[in-house]
Design a protein around this ligand. Structure first.
Ligand code: PLP
Length: 385
């Protein structure tokens, strides 16, 4: 029996392994030269916006919100069509999350909904580049109006994408990345905070490094001795070690190839599924050059669960991305109610992610397409009988 095809998977080569082994033989396992080198390599993908690597994408969000000064009394606007961390990391800092609905075609944060939720208490508006399709950043910037809130891009899906010709990383005040194995490149666990604003990036680096101030000219008591260090604001240890930064640098060399392969597979899905009744294919705006991370279809007629089960039984590891964040019991217990974001909630009830990753062969993709066609047909035969 063939193994279950996953919905996402890393692609690791002998070169990646050699890069990691090289660091393990050297002097710096962490806080060494690979960290800055990976950060510099990443900045080539973010239009030059500065990058601070961190231990995972959830940490990146926690660090970014901390850098933005998010705390008790502040509100953070988040779309519910995302991984829970986009919201829960703001809760961890004592903020109140305000959920705002998504657009009907891209399922990214709706600028009108963001504007409606923005008040003088709003500290950050967080967009999510769902499936690798950038949110509408110019419209979101306008939605901030006169409020001095910051714009954050959760770009866990979208490194390498661009919006109106501008790369992800340069579009928001703070951008967060994840290098989990299913994402567009991997360091096993890993992530980064990106910002074109040096002051925000500096605050991010401080929080990542336990808040320690080593720069003598910034210390309150600089004449204590050579060993002296100070903490002015509390932080955590969210560093990404050299071992993993070396893996990231090696992976980054193939990011262009990965994205080309993802584009190829998306074009094949678009063509093969175009005339299949009972589903809708992902939308795309003219101004977007997505970095497709997911291939999210919609299964119509209330058949998502049945199609999910049939695909899984056929060895196709389809996934559902995502349970609306405000439906999680932790948010329900805080008083958040179902029905508040109808576009995201209705999308969730239909959503199904088909396998998409660079190592997916055309032949395996054809198996996915056949299994989907069979699953859809099976149901319609039964309902006709
Ligand atoms: C994966 C992901 C995260 C969290 O990243 P981790 O590296 O898994 O902590 C955050 N937001 C989105 C949209 C993600 O897909």
């Amino acid at each position: 029996m063939t193994a279950m095809l996953p919905y996402g998977r890393h692609s690791v080569t002998e070169d990646d392994i050699a890069a990691v082994a090289g660091v393990l033989r050297g002097d710096w396992l962490t806080t060494g030269p690979q960290v800055e080198a990976f950060e510099a390599d990443l900045a080539a993908w973010t239009g030059g916006a500065g990058c601070a690597t961190v231990s995972n994408g959830t940490a990146a969000l926690h660090v970014a919100y901390a850098a933005a000064g998010v705390g008790p009394g502040d509100e953070v606007i988040v779309p519910p069509m995302t991984f829970v961390a986009t919201a829960s990391s703001a809760v961890a800092l004592g903020a109140k999350v305000v959920f705002a609905d998504v657009e009907e075609d891209t399922f990214t944060l709706d600028p009108a909904a963001a504007a409606a939720g923005t008040t003088s208490r709003t500290r950050v508006v967080s967009a999510v580049d769902y499936a690798g399709h950038p949110a509408d950043y110019d419209a979101l910037r306008a939605a901030l109006g006169g409020h001095d809130a910051l714009l954050l891009a959760d770009a866990a899906h979208s490194i390498g994408a661009s919006y109106k010709g501008r790369p992800v990383g340069s579009l928001a005040d703070l951008t967060t990345l994840s290098f989990f194995p299913t994402k567009n490149l991997t360091t096993a666990e890993g992530g980064a905070v990106v910002s074109p604003h040096p002051e925000l990036l500096k605050r991010a680096r401080r929080f990542r490094g336990v808040g320690v101030v080593r720069e003598r000219d910034e210390q309150r008591w600089p004449d204590e001795g050579g060993w002296h260090q100070e903490v002015h604001e509390f932080g955590l240890n969210y560093r990404l070690p050299d071992v993993l930064c070396a893996l990231g640098r090696s992976q980054l060399r193939r990011l262009g190839e990965f994205l080309t392969r993802r584009d190829h597979l998306v074009a094949r899905y678009d063509e093969a599924l175009a005339d299949l009744p009972g589903i809708r294919l992902p939308g795309r705006r003219a101004w977007a050059r997505p970095a497709w991370h997911l291939y999210p279809i919609r299964v119509l007629d209330g058949r998502r669960r049945e199609v999910y089960d049939r695909m899984r039984a056929a060895g196709i590891g389809v996934q559902v991305n995502y349970i609306p964040v405000h439906w999680h019991p932790a948010f329900a217990d805080l008083g958040y109610r179902r029905g508040s974001c109808p576009v995201a909630e209705s999308f969730y009830s239909q959503q199904l992610s088909l396998p998409l990753y660079p190592g997916l062969s055309d032949a395996d993709q054809d198996r996915v397409i056949d299994a989907l066609a069979t699953a859809l047909r099976a149901g319609s035969v039964r309902s006709a009988a």
